[in-house]
Design a protein around this ligand. Structure first.
Ligand SMILES: Cc1cc2nc3c(=O)[nH]c(=O)nc-3n(C[C@H](O)[C@H](O)[C@H](O)COP(=O)(O)OP(=O)(O)OC[C@H]3O[C@@H](n4cnc5c(N)ncnc54)[C@H](O)[C@@H]3O)c2cc1C
Length: 580
């Protein structure tokens, strides 16, 4: 416990020291300057939230210099620790995070601190892309084809979505991939991505190959997206490539883009079922109203977008009425919350590598490889994925990750850390790529400063528990492969589920006991439920939602690339609708 408590206190001290550095805004030069906004000002478009999606929308709309856009962001410029890829742990639970936690359901997350999930979300320009973990995966082509089927609108099918997946990116270090993979990538988009290849991963990939898994050079080029692979990251020249850097960096000299930072939208102004503007509250206590001649676009993320809509009278009628909010549109806002539920295991070896160099802050903090696995022949798409990280003996990184990022309890974090004291370990996060469970976001108060209530709904669907148990049983077969046997690999005992009678029972219990988030929240203002397939809010004119909440389902990968595709596509739909 002593080490875990010390790790938290070290992180908190570093966060405070770095906050002081941020008072001179050392990173601001890379982004648009702030502009002065007056009560009553009007713009062609107002974008709420300068995060991953909002940066895309504001940047794409202002490519036309006849169009003026106000981008309103609750946070400020990203701090220096956001730029160094290895330092993301310092951003979790800091002033750059909304510090939203789930509601204790008495079943999941019971080995996380406070028995709740810490639902990190970036509160700064670039939003969650300024603090996330930078793994760049497109999901499976079938994910988008499924959206098209659900929405009865072919424009979301992969053949069109792929154009936007390519439009957003520039693949650098092309020599690390074969030509057929390169053809699946963009070459002049705002977001730079690169492959992270490390020699130490070879033995692990070989072990999974021995079990019959495919090893793929690039999961984004694989159809179906199944196999084991080293990762592509949104890291270029040693720095994080957030959407703010990529998209707003390009727009920093545009006079038609007005950026308001440290400003929270507290309400969407709606007259006669038409969004006409927004009400804003600034960090220094000013409030004002601004107006949109064309549209208001909400890009506040999968937790804050539904909150803002509900505060503005758009949401489930009964729920809004219970808070005395006048109902503008009765829609299932906040329902359908999805996340990639997961749980961690740690495998311990009898090895310690001598003379390991200090971690390079310009790289992802540990060698990593991911697996996307289909459990049986009845499905061609993946059922589960794993993120696998190798940590050296005595690594304090794994402790910080466990205690501050995953928020495992001090006891569990200490158990993990003890395991590394005399052995190299592999930390694996195993999750379901297409969970059936659903949660919900509800208002906790009519005060816009209060975080909403989030019920993750994790493992509320029995099929998810069955699937993840089988997935764990499948994954741990790797302990019987040549390499893992040669280093006497064994699972670290987390002290949970001692009463389980069978292996299947153990993993069912373990997955729930050790459940955590992959931070891939989506679906809370889904197309087909709250939005039409052009991202318009049903029953309210001149209002769209463009962010992770608009996704009808998650994608079978990490979420960001899919969200960016949706934002690129959304910006194009808006431009076409307005002929700009
Ligand atoms: C810790 C973490 C790790 C992750 N790792 C990965 C990964 O490795 N790979 C991957 O693909 N995905 C990852 N993700 C998921 C991915 O980052 C998100 O799905 C994606 O960034 C969401 O984009 P968004 O535009 O919906 O929301 P955000 O990027 O969160 O943007 C929302 C923005 O709106 C602002 N805002 C909110 N409310 C208001 C308001 N009322 N007024 C004004 N502004 C407001 C916020 O401050 C924020 O800037 C991770 C996410 C997290 C949190």
């Amino acid at each position: 416990m002593a080490d875990a408590a010390a790790a938290i206190s070290t992180i908190q001290s570093m966060q405070i020291a770095l906050q002081l550095l941020q008072t001179i805004t050392p990173t601001a030069w890379q982004y648009p300057p702030q502009c002065s906004v007056q009560d009553g000002d009007s713009f062609d478009f107002i974008v709420v939230g300068g995060g991953s999606s909002g940066s895309v929308v504001a940047s794409r709309l202002t490519e036309n210099e006849d169009v003026n856009v106000l981008l309103i962001e609750a946070g400020g410029y990203p701090p220096i620790e956001s730029e160094y890829p290895a330092w993301f742990t310092l951003l979790a639970r800091s002033v750059y995070d909304y510090n939203i936690t789930s509601t204790d359901d008495g079943k999941t997350a019971q080995n996380l601190q406070g028995k709740v999930v810490t639902l990190n979300q970036g509160k700064m320009l670039g939003g969650s892309s300024s603090l996330h973990h930078m793994m760049h995966t497109n999901g499976d082509p079938e994910d988008y084809n499924e959206w098209a089927r659900m929405l009865n609108d072919d424009k979301w099918s992969f053949k069109y979505a792929q154009e936007y997946l390519k439009k957003m990116e520039t693949l650098i270090d092309q020599d690390l991939l074969p030509p057929e993979d390169i053809a699946c990538h963009g070459t002049d988009g705002p977001l730079e991505v690169a492959k992270d290849t490390r020699k130490t991963n070879e033995k692990y990939l070989k072990a999974f190959e021995e079990l019959g898994h495919k090893i793929v050079s690039d999961i984004n080029a694989a159809t179906p997206a199944v196999g084991y692979t080293e990762n592509l990251f949104e890291i270029a020249d040693g720095f994080r490539q957030s959407s703010a850097l990529g998209y707003l960096g390009r727009a920093k000299n545009r006079l038609n883009l007005c950026l308001a930072l440290s400003s929270s939208v507290t309400k969407i102004l709606i007259e006669d079922q038409k969004a006409v503007g927004v009400q804003v509250s600034t960090a220094n206590g000013k409030t004002y109203k601004v107006y949109a001649d064309n549209e208001v676009i909400v890009s506040a993320g999968a937790i804050n977008s539904p909150k803002l809509l509900m505060l503005s009278g758009i949401g489930p009628k009964k729920h809004l009425e219970s808070f005395g909010i006048d109902v503008v549109a009765d829609l299932p806002v906040g329902q359908n919350l999805q996340d990639h539920a997961c749980a961690a295991i740690v495998v311990k070896t009898d090895k310690c590598d001598a003379n390991t160099p200090a971690a390079n802050p310009h790289q992802f903090p540990a060698p990593s490889f991911n697996g996307y696995v289909s459990l049986d022949n009845s499905t061609t798409t993946a059922d589960y994925d794993t993120i696998n990280l190798e940590f050296q003996c005595g690594s304090s990184d794994i402790l910080q990750l466990s205690v501050n990022m995953f928020s495992y309890s001090y006891d569990i974090s200490q158990t993990i850390f003890e395991a590394t004291k005399d052995s190299k370990v592999i930390f694996t996060l195993l999750g379901l790529v297409m969970p059936k469970s659903r949660g919900q976001v509800l208002l906790a108060s009519t005060d816009p400063a209060v975080n909403p209530q989030v019920y993750t709904g994790m493992f509320s669907n029995e099929d998810d528990i069955d699937l993840i148990a089988r997935a764990f049983m499948d994954h741990v077969k790797v302990l019987d492969t040549t390499y893992f046997k040669s280093v006497n690999a064994s699972l670290v005992d987390m002290g949970v589920c001692k009463d389980a009678k069978t292996e299947y029972e153990f993993w069912r219990c373990y997955a729930v006991a050790m459940s955590a988030t992959m931070w891939h929240y989506g679906g809370t203002c889904a197309m087909g439920k709250v939005l039409d397939s052009d991202l318009n809010v049903l029953g309210v004119d001149s209002l769209r939602v463009v962010d992770a909440s608009a996704m009808p389902t998650l994608i079978r990968g990490k979420l960001y690339a899919g969200v960016m595709m949706l934002a690129e596509y959304g910006a194009d739909i808006i431009r076409k609708d307005w002929g700009i």
